[in-house]
Design a protein around this ligand. Sequence first.
Ligand code: FES
Ligand code: FES
Length: 181
Amino acid sequence: MQVTKPTTKPVAMTVNGDEVTADVEPRLLLVHFLRDHLRLTGTHWGCDTSNCGACVVWIDGVPVKSCTVLTVMAGGHEIRTVEGLEVDGRLDPVQEGFMQEHGLQCGFCTPGMMLTARWLLDREPDPGEATIRDAISGNICRCTGYENIVRAVRWAAEHPRGAGTADDEVAAGDQVEEVQA
Ligand code: FES
Ligand code: FES
């Protein structure tokens, strides 16, 4: 019996500011490329049916469920994952807000929540509760009841980047490790 090797296609994209090139099977989903090929495991794989939002990343600045995107479709685009939220080793206020307001329990939904929240705050810096709940409506959390997630986003709105916070001196890597695993 002759075994046929799967065909691959070259793909090039930017991930968190870095140029990435690879040869991938055309059927490979972006969520698997990020997790299994680039080891960016902060992007979580949950339902695989575009319902949970755990796999949300940005494509050209827009939150997208990466289980709905073939890797080859991401070619030529800019991808940002939760690992790319911190800047120069400092947490994004959204990340700090989740820590300050206990916006996570198991943490499975958290990367997608944070990317969606940052996208919202970049467009609407002072959103009310209804707006926050509407923005995260595509992200399912089965632990928190959403109350503390809304508080975390409000915390970030009230502590924009550059405003200074009590925990600004804390190294980012120590804080985000648990929500990216
Ligand atoms: Fe993509 Fe659930 S894994 S929406
Ligand atoms: Fe567990 Fe949201 S913190 S699913």
